[in-house]
Ligand binder design. Structure first.
Ligand SMILES: *Cc1c(COP(=O)(O)O)cnc(C)c1O
Length: 433
């Protein structure tokens, strides 16, 4: 499948080129040139299919033939090595738990899928590939873990010193092998600026293929379609008006949901659940899209003032505001409301949610005030222990650390402190000698 740039000033790219480049040369996001609906027979037999079989049918058209079918099956099998349970909260709302992977964030699926595609494309390549990421928390851990041990690929992660949670820091810094963690004396934006500078620096790119691993990359974005099919498989016999409430930051996950709908998955409606970074909530009210500086919240993986994947959603709806609005609602909540949502889930439904999932729940409740006939599934995007300091404010009981987290907490942090771009450059160049 070919992909075109949403800025329309760069040539189309194959899946392979789109994965390796990340962003098109004109800085546009890549988008598939066609989207074929899945046949009715697929939906008729979905109850009998395994997760691996569903995933294969869903993503095949986008990644073959550049990734051959046999290879794709292998990649999917390695990607989906954990569960995606749907937990009933009450008879109108369920939680789709996406946190059972190695770093307990939903980003595990995209990171694992992308790493294996890149590893496949990198076979017999002369120039080494470095995946360069700036992280404010969750992305770094999922990427580090997803790429661990993938042949021919080095990963360099920049994170702001003292600004990620203890669990997140351990996940970033204890892996070793092909993963290097750089602890930057600065804030997240400083990390991101250094990464951007490196992508444009010929004295680096002449020697090393550098690529990004955030949700603008098609290989990280598209596998997120799987979640919606897995939930549908579990719920479609019980409920016929399924609505997904997606805690959204860069809008990659919800945009994958819209792609699933384009493939024919009968999804009744989507809800973008936001914290006070509410550019999309405002847009749906006023038709005025005005990016704002990021504000810090308790649900920090959604602290995004200008969501990069929103242009893809607009492309799906051909930039028609009314068409988009008829498929998407959006609500935003304060930190105080987030804590109340976590409290309600715990006290009334005996469910411990993380701050992001709690916002998904609140948005589902808000939507159902006017749409009581629907069944809402909110995506629980991270395990509560990943945001322990917040969760402990509302949950009276002690939460046990799951084995994945316990394992890294006992390991020794290995990071390199840097404060300038020159230091980053030296590390990148010496890394590939
Ligand atoms: C990344 C992340 C999100 C936001 O996902 P987007 O695809 O960027 O909208 C929500 N919750 C958690 C826990 C995350 O890590």
């Amino acid at each position: 499948m070919d992909f075109y740039s949403l800025n329309h000033k760069a040539p189309s790219a194959s899946f392979k080129e789109a994965v390796i480049k990340g962003l098109a040369p004109d800085k546009g996001l890549y988008f598939p040139t066609s989207i074929e609906k899945l046949p009715a027979s697929f939906f008729d037999s979905i109850s009998k299919l395994s997760h691996n079989e569903i995933a294969f049918e869903v993503i095949k058209q986008f990644v073959t033939p550049e990734v051959p079918e046999v290879e794709l099956k292998k990649i999917i099998e390695e990607t989906l090595c954990f569960d995606f349970p749907v937990v009933n909260i009450n008879d109108k709302i369920s939680s789709l738990e996406l946190f059972h992977g190695p770093t307990m964030a939903f980003k595990d699926v995209g990171a694992r899928f992308m790493s294996r595609c890149l590893g496949y494309f990198n076979q017999n390549q002369q120039k080494g590939t470095t995946v360069l990421v700036a992280t404010s928390g969750d992305t770094g851990g999922a990427v580090a873990n997803g790429f661990l041990g993938v042949e021919g690929i080095k990963v360099v992660i920049l994170y702001p010193s003292g600004k990620v949670s203890q669990v997140q820091e351990k996940q970033l810094t204890t892996l070793g092998q092909n993963i290097t963690a750089l602890e930057v004396d600065g804030v997240f934006d400083d990390c991101q600026d250094m990464v951007k500078q490196a992508f444009l620096d010929k004295s680096i790119t002449d020697h090393i293929q550098v690529t990004s691993a955030n949700s603008i990359n098609v290989a990280r974005w598209l596998p997120q379609m799987f979640y919606f099919f897995f939930a549908y498989q579990q719920l479609h016999k019980q409920y016929n008006k399924l609505v997904f409430s997606v805690p959204s930051g860069n809008f990659g996950n919800i945009c994958a949901g819209f792609m699933a709908q384009q493939l024919g998955l009968p999804i009744h409606h989507f809800i973008a659940a936001n914290n006070k970074n509410q550019v999309v909530t405002e847009y749906l009210k006023s038709q005025d899209y005005t990016p704002k500086p990021t504000v810090q919240t308790l649900s920090n993986a959604m602290d995004v003032g200008n969501p990069s994947n929103f242009v893809r959603i607009q492309e799906i709806f051909k930039n028609e505001f009314q068409a988009l609005k008829s498929h998407l609602s959006s609500y935003s909540f304060t930190d105080e409301e987030t804590l109340e949502g976590m409290e309600t889930l715990y006290n009334s439904y005996n469910y411990t949610a993380d701050p992001h999932g709690a916002i998904g729940f609140l948005a589902a409740e808000a939507y159902q005030q006017s749409h009581p006939e629907t069944h809402c599934v909110f995506l629980e995007t991270a395990h509560p222990t990943k945001f322990l300091d917040v969760v402990e404010q509302v949950i009276p009981e002690k939460i046990d650390l799951p084995p994945q987290i316990q394992k890294v907490m006992n390991q020794k942090k290995k990071s390199i402190s840097i404060s300038t771009y020159e230091e980053l450059k030296q590390i990148l160049l010496s890394n590939h000698k």
